[in-house]
Ligand binder design. Structure first.
Ligand SMILES: C[S@@+](CC[C@H](N)C(=O)[O-])C[C@H]1O[C@@H](n2cnc3c(N)ncnc32)[C@H](O)[C@@H]1O
Length: 607
């Protein structure tokens, strides 16, 4: 069978549960695949070590899934796990593809992935920030291919259904680990990752996440994977034609879910300047805690190029404090906003006490009124040519570039004024990502009073604002963090106010000049005294916060109403997804409320 996959994403999502039916996904009947990997990995790795107080806990996915627990007290500084990297059978794209390149197999999938990998490596070297997404995709492709090869190997009626070669050898070598990756349906029929966005229906994504930045992330991820699938389909169909499309799609999507939720970046540079991704058995069974992790992991790889390329060294998991008997070992996967954790891992961490989190605030009003002084009758609002938010859409690129350039220029100006002492402002415990202004786009519906048919998801440039949010029982005073959050983003809003001013002037004078980033920078740094940019910037920020809070609250109500009336509204999985969407929404709302004018830290004190 040749060609491209003909199924669309929603069809695939509905159909996936039917594939692999009736076939056990693990050879060791009766033993949970994670338990099997745990035992086999340790048996095959004489140089690995597990502290006698540590054990595996198997729980249902709805309860966090598998985790690692302390059976007995584990003292601070103890090594809970030490895994020998070259013995434990990790999965990383480069090793698999290097092994393939060195041989003479004819394998359409590995050949295609190898080209993709090499292009990405070449491409990444020319760029400051490389695109982790493509390497992640290649790893997912390798995983899917090995999983499908293994599946055929275990179930084939005739030996010629499975091609001899590198993929078969690798799939046998990594067999138990491949079996332990999330795959639908599991032998007991449960969904291994019910809340991961890749398993939601399109309706659930659209209705439950409406209004949140999580919606943008989920759509971007799913669209990105859809594009990759199209590109891969001829090769996958060539190699796995006996299995059929649904099985292939199941495996590819499961592989993406695995790679997104359990792969590691390699700090030591074993793979592509430290940006490679790999799947590491046993240590990938540790669950996450942002607020109070009790273990951390470190790579110990000798500073020797040959040993590094062979993956020699150890991964150590060490107790950060005394861990009580019965306590779960939890590591922090890295600081990320809730919407980001949700889009990779399929959960939002519980807010037990306090943690850093983020919201997005639109830089420009939803509809830009180009003649604000002219009072138009309300009935003509939708026909009024000056209230054109298409203008924001078509100027998106220059506006974002201008705002970012203005923020950078303003901080340089400020640093010069402070005698080069700008670092002083950056000390403290804020996560690195929150120390710079980030502009992202929010997908949003067309405003109700715009009489234009928008055929595409409209993008709204937003600034990411981050502060420490807290549970109701937490008594910390985080007002200083809220003020710092506002201080960090206010130059962007002053720049946006200046851009609006320039758009309006151009409109009045009928000229089509581009917006000047230099003028925005002067406004951002309050060097332009023609207007009170502090006040204008703060007004814009306040309006944006109000707009976001309203949107999130209204869309939250609409999501609940949809859940109550949707046909499958009572299914356990849908309820879990709705709960997660609510957590994504609540995290954004908590940040917005913390920095809102009526909160304890008045916005006007910020500048
Ligand atoms: C690296 S794996 C950890 C092992 C995983 N629990 C399992 O069953 O294989 C990451 C996945 O574990 C789950 N997970 C990790 N930490 C969690 C937490 N704090 N709450 C809920 N689920 C969590 C999520 O499904 C996540 O995608």
């Amino acid at each position: 069978m040749r060609g491209v996959f003909v199924v669309a994403l929603p069809y695939y999502l509905a159909a996936r549960v039917e594939s692999f039916n009736g076939v056990k996904s693990n050879q060791s009947a009766g033993v949970h695949p994670h338990k099997f990997v745990w035992q086999r990995t340790l048996e095959n790795s004489p140089n690995s070590f597990v502290h006698p107080s540590v054990d595996l806990a198997i729980r249902p996915p709805s309860n966090g899934g598998t985790g690692i627990v302390a059976k007995d007290v584990l003292a601070e500084g103890s090594v809970a796990l030490s895994l020998s990297l070259h013995e434990i059978g990790m999965i990383d794209a480069r090793s698999i593809l290097d092994g393939f390149d060195a041989g003479e197999d004819d394998d359409a999938v590995l050949s295609m992935l190898s080209d993709m990998w090499k292009n990405e490596v070449k491409h990444a070297k020319d760029k400051e920030v490389s695109e982790d997404g493509k390497r992640l995709a290649v790893l997912a492709g390798c995983l899917a291919h090995l999983q499908l090869t293994r599946f055929k190997d275990k179930t084939a009626w005739t030996s010629n259904e499975v091609n001899e070669g590198h993929a078969l050898r690798e799939s046998r070598r990594l067999g138990p680990f491949l079996d332990a990756m999330p795959l639908l349906p599991t032998p007991d029929g449960t969904n291994p990752m019910p809340t991961h966005y890749l398993y939601w229906s399109d309706d659930e994504i659209q209705m439950l996440l409406a209004g949140t930045f999580g919606l943008t992330r989920a759509r971007e991820n799913r669209a990105g994977i859809g594009l990759v699938l199209r590109q891969w389909s001829p090769s996958f169909l060539k190699e796995h034609s006996t299995l059929g499309q649904t099985a292939i799609l199941n495996s590819v999507f499961s592989s993406f879910a695995s790679v997104m939720s359990r792969s590691f970046g390699d700090d030591v540079g074993r793979d592509l300047d430290g940006k490679g991704r790999m799947l590491v058995p046993v240590v990938d069974m540790l669950n996450h805690d942002t607020e109070d992790p009790n273990v951390h992991w470190t790579w110990h790889v000798k500073d020797d190029e040959d040993e590094i390329s062979q993956g020699k060294g150890d991964i150590l998991v060490t107790a950060l404090r005394d861990i009580k008997a019965g306590e779960e070992l939890l590591k922090c996967y890295g600081w990320r906003p809730s919407w980001d954790i949700a889009s990779s891992y399929g959960f939002v961490p519980a807010l037990n006490n306090e943690r850093w989190d983020c919201a997005v605030i639109p830089l420009f009003p939803p509809i830009l009124d180009l003649e604000p002084d002219e009072i138009s009758p309300p009935t003509s609002a939708c026909k009024d040519e000056t209230r054109v938010d298409m203008l924001l859409e078509s100027n998106y690129g220059p506006l974002v570039k201008g705002v970012l350039a203005a923020v950078n220029a303003a901080s340089e100006i400020r640093a010069r004024q402070d005698g080069g002492n700008e670092e002083v402002a950056h000390v403290g415990e804020r996560p690195d990502q929150l120390r710079r202004v980030e502009v992202v786009s929010l997908f949003r519906p067309a405003p109700a009073n715009v009489d234009i048919d928008f055929a595409f998801p409209r993008r709204q440039p937003c600034v990411v604002i981050g502060t420490k949010i807290q549970s109701e029982s937490c008594k910390s005073d985080n007002s200083l963090h809220h003020k710092e959050a506002i201080d960090a983003v206010i130059p962007a809003f002053k720049a946006a106010a200046s851009a609006m001013e320039q758009l309006r002037r151009n409109h009045r004078e009928g000229n089509t000049e581009p917006i000047s980033a230099a003028q925005m920078a002067k406004a951002a740094a309050s060097l332009d005294t023609s207007k009170d940019w502090d006040t204008l910037g703060i007004e814009l920020l306040e309006a944006g916060i109000r707009d976001r809070i309203d949107t999130l609250v209204q869309e939250g109500r609409a999501a609940n109403a949809w859940l109550a009336t949707s046909v499958a509204g009572n299914s356990k999985e849908r309820e879990m997804r709705a709960g997660m969407a609510q957590d994504v929404r609540s995290s954004e709302l908590a940040v917005l409320r913390a920095v809102h004018p009526s909160a304890q830290s008045p916005i006007r004190n910020a500048s």
